[in-house]
Design a binder for this molecule. Structure first.
Ligand code: FES
Length: 258
């Protein structure tokens, strides 16, 4: 969930009716986990500073307006947290629908298939359809396709990993890992909204020309196949398009089959 607090002061709250006592400063997400309740998440990790960007972890808290992110909300004495209401389920599905509307639908041939948190979360929140027009990252690219200015090129410059910006959900885990784990500031986020993306430094146009020291911390924390080790990438030779629904969610990816 989120990093542990080491405060000596204990705070007691309930999460979905389960009483739990945690150190002051603990996030609601971590308190829920300690109570045995898993809250969906994409941008939070056990070790990186909570960022609150993905909005999948929203919950309802009695006496608090709206649906706060559980990863960035600290516990308070007597707090009553609800993580599984119809309202938060609806919001989480809506958030996931937006992510998937602008994500390549090539799960079944993606190198991260079966080891992708976006895929896991699409299933966890019960995504069944995407009602929005496809975003520009939506369509599957093949290695030999003609360049299209709408597509973001993969960065193969680093010998150990590949960066595929089309699969980036801008969770900022890689940026935080670079800073907090490695102490390097090689990565940043450029742009806003659908145009926002991770980039390897303002003044460089590739990972190799950036301040990246190839430590792999960013690859380790990436929840999708955006940053992925070269050794796990498999390149297929697609021949025909198949529409299918896999075990993870109900969207129905298109994939190229032999
Ligand atoms: Fe809380 Fe992403 S996990 S906003």
């Amino acid at each position: 969930g989120t990093p542990a607090s080491h405060s000596d002061i204990a705070v007691t709250l309930t999460v979905d009716g389960i009483p739990v006592s945690v150190p002051a400063g603990t996030s609601v997400m971590r308190a829920a986990a300690i109570a045995g309740i898993t809250v969906p998440k994409l941008c939070a990790t056990d070790h990186l500073t909570a960022f609150g960007s993905c909005r999948l972890c929203v919950v309802q808290i009695d006496g608090m307006r709206g649906t706060p992110a559980s990863c960035t909300t600290p516990v308070a004495e007597g707090m009553v947290v609800r993580t599984q209401t119809d309202e938060v389920a609806r919001i989480r599905r809506g958030v996931m629908e937006l992510y998937i509307s602008d994500h390549p639908l090539d799960c079944l041939t993606c190198a991260a298939n079966g080891d992708c948190e976006l895929q896991d979360m699409a299933g966890a929140v019960g995504l069944r359809e995407v009602r929005y027009e496809p975003g520009k990252n939506h369509f599957q690219r093949r290695e030999n396709d003609e360049p299209n200015p709408e597509w973001r090129a993969k960065d193969h410059s680093n010998p150990y990993f590949t960066f595929d910006p089309a699969k980036c959900i801008v969770c900022s885990r890689c940026v935080r890992a670079c800073e907090e784990v490695q102490g390097t500031f090689a990565l940043t986020i450029d742009g806003r909204g659908f145009d926002s993306r991770v980039s390897a430094g303002m003044a460089s146009d590739s990972f190799l020309s950036s301040d990246c020291v190839s430590c792999g911390a960013c690859v380790q924390v990436c929840p999708t196949a955006t940053l992925i080790e070269n050794k796990v990438i498999e390149v297929g030779t697609p021949e025909r398009i198949v529409k299918t629904t896999c075990a993870y969610c109900g969207v129905g990816c298109s994939f190229d089959a032999h």
